[in-house]
Design a protein around this ligand. Sequence first.
Ligand SMILES: C[S@@+](CC[C@H](N)C(=O)[O-])C[C@H]1O[C@@H](n2cnc3c(N)ncnc32)[C@H](O)[C@@H]1O
Length: 287
Amino acid sequence: MHRAPSYLALPEISLASSDVSRPFLKWAGGKARLVPVIRTHLPPGRRLIEPFAGSAAVWLGTDYPTALIADANPDLIHLYQTLQTEGPDFIAYCRTFFTPDTNCADTYYAYRDRFNTTRDPREKAALFLYLNRHDYNGLCRYNASGRFNVPFGRYRRPYFPQAEMQAFWVKAHTTTFVVGDFRQILAQAQTGDVVYCDPPYVPLSSTAHFTDYAVGGFGPEDQEDLAARAEHLADQGIPVVISNHDTPWTQALYRRAARITVSVPRFISCDGQRRESVDEVLAVFRQ
Ligand SMILES: C[S@@+](CC[C@H](N)C(=O)[O-])C[C@H]1O[C@@H](n2cnc3c(N)ncnc32)[C@H](O)[C@@H]1O
C-alpha cells in the first residue's frame, strides 16, 4: 500500500545518567535516543523480536512479556548470554578489568591480543566489554582474518556500566539471546510477535559505500531481502518496523509501509563539537 510519508522532528532527548534502562555497551548506530519515538510505533504483542540487536536499546526501552534478541556478531551475543547466566558474579569479574592501571595503551593492546586468542568464553566476554569501553569511539571492527582491530580510545576515565548491566540481567530472565543471520531469526516469527529491525545503515549519498558491521558486510541485496521479508510477515499479520537512513532509495524500498521521517541531531565525527541533523525513516509494515 502507498502511503504519504509523515515527518517528525526529534526533540533533544537526554537520557539521565540514572536511567539504567539504557544500553551498557556503546554501539555504532545505537538507537537509545530514538527509543521514545520508536516505542510509539511498535504495537503491543506477546514477544519482541530484534534480529539486529547491537546494544539492544529498543528491547531495553520497551516492555514486552518476552523477547528474542539476536545479532550476527557472536562476541556480542556471547557477552549477553554470559551476563544472563552469571549475573552479579560476571559483573564483579568484568569490573576487575576497569582500573586506572588498565586504562593505558600498553594494557589495551595486550588485552586486545588476549581477546583475539583466548579460548576461555568468560574471559572473552569480559574483554569484549573492556574493549568496547576503552577503544576508539566504542567501535567494533574486525580485520579480514576476524581479529578485533580497533585502536586505543584514550578516555580519561572509562565508565564501568554496573547499574546498566544489573538492569540488563534482571530483564534478561524472560529473554532468549541467539547468534544468527536475520533471515534465520525472522523465520521464527509467529502470530503475536512484534519485530523491530535496525539493519546497518544504507549510505546517505549514492557515492558512499555501505557500512560494514560484520565480516561480510550488509549490501543492497540484503536490504532488499529484509524489506521483502517484512512485507511477507506483515501479510501474515506479524507487524515489522524497520529503521534506516531516510533516502530516496529507502523511501522506494519501504514503499509498502507507513513511513515516518525523524530528524536526529548527531555529532560529526571529524569535529566532535559540531552537530548536524540526519533524517532517519521508520517503516511500519502491518496488515
Ligand atoms: C545499526 S546496528 C543495530 C543497533 C541497535 N539497534 C542499537 O540500538 O544498538 C546493526 C547491527 O546489525 C548486525 N548485523 C549485521 N549484519 C547482520 C545480519 N546479516 N544478520 C543479523 N545481524 C546483522 C550488526 O552486528 C549490528 O549489531
